[in-house]
Write a protein that binds this ligand. Structure first.
Ligand SMILES: [Zn+2]
Length: 218
C-alpha cells in the first residue's frame, strides 16, 4: 500500500467511525473543532469550491487570516504541511492532508450579493458571505467581520501577466482535505453557490464534512 493510499484508507476509516455531515451545495455551516481534532472536507462530486473560514473559540476577533498566513508560510497558496495563521500571528490550523491536485485560492474575497448583481443577476442570489453570517448565527459563533476565506478547490490561477483567471476546479470526486485544529476553534464552510462563472463546473453540489480525532494522517 502506498503512503497516499494508506493515508486515504486511514482517513476514510476514521470518517466511517464518526458522524459525517452533508454540507448542501450553495449553503453554509459552522463546525466546532476542539484543539487536537481534525476536520475533513470531501469533495463528493468533484469541482465544488468550498469557502473556509476559522474563528478562535471564545474570541470572535481572532480568525484565520490568509494575509498573515502568506507571511509565515512564505507561500502564495497554502499546501499540505503548512500551518494557517490567525490575525494575531499564531498558527491555529495545520493543513495536514490534500488528495486533490492542490489547486486552491488564497487571494479572492468571498462572493456576496453585490458580486452577483455586478454579474447581471436580478434579485437575490445565495452567496458565501451571507452563508457565513447565517452559519455563525445558527451556531452562535461570535464574529466581528467576514474575513477573506481560504477558497478550497478554487481554480483562479494567477497568469504570467498577473491577471487572475476563473476556471473549472481540478478536483475529482472523492478528493479531500484535512486540517488539524491547533486550538479550540470553529470552522465555517460554504459550498459556494457561484453559477455565473465556471469555477464550480456545470453544477453546484454537496460536500461531506467530518470532525474527527482518532488517527494520525501525516
Ligand atoms: Zn462563493
Amino acid at each position: 500500500m502506498t503512503d497516499e493510499s494508506c493515508i486515504m484508507t486511514t482517513v476514510r476509516a476514521a470518517i466511517n467511525g464518526t458522524t459525517t455531515s452533508t454540507l448542501f451545495g450553495g449553503h453554509g455551516r459552522a463546525f466546532e473543532v476542539p484543539e487536537g481534532h481534525r476536520v475533513t472536507i470531501v469533495n463528493t462530486f468533484g469541482t465544488q469550491v468550498v469557502d473556509m473560514w476559522s474563528i478562535v473559540r471564545g474570541d470572535g476577533s481572532e480568525y484565520l487570516s490568509l494575509a498573515h498566513t502568506h507571511v509565515h508560510a512564505a507561500r502564495l497558496t497554502p499546501r499540505a504541511g503548512d500551518e494557517l495563521w490567525s490575525n494575531r500571528r499564531r498558527p491555529i490550523l495545520r493543513f495536514e492532508v490534500d488528495t486533490s491536485p492542490g489547486v486552491h485560492d488564497a487571494l479572492l474575497a468571498a462572493c456576496d450579493r453585490e458580486r452577483y448583481a455586478l454579474l447581471g443577476h436580478v434579485g437575490y442570489h445565495r452567496n458565501c458571505t451571507d452563508n457565513f453570517k447565517q452559519a455563525c448565527t445558527e451556531a452562535d459563533v461570535p464574529y466581528r467581520t467576514v474575513p477573506d476565506p481560504f477558497n478550497l478547490f478554487q481554480n483562479t490561477p494567477v497568469e504570467e501577466d498577473e491577471r487572475i483567471g476563473a476556471e473549472i476546479g481540478q478536483t475529482k470526486p472523492g478528493d479531500f482535505v484535512t486540517f488539524l485544529a491547533l486550538c479550540d476553534l470553529y470552522v465555517v464552510l460554504s459550498a459556494c453557490p457561484m453559477d455565473m462563472n465556471p469555477i464550480n463546473g456545470s453544477k453546484v453540489s454537496d460536500v461531506e464534512v467530518t470532525v474527527h480525532q482518532d488517527h494520525e494522517v501525516r
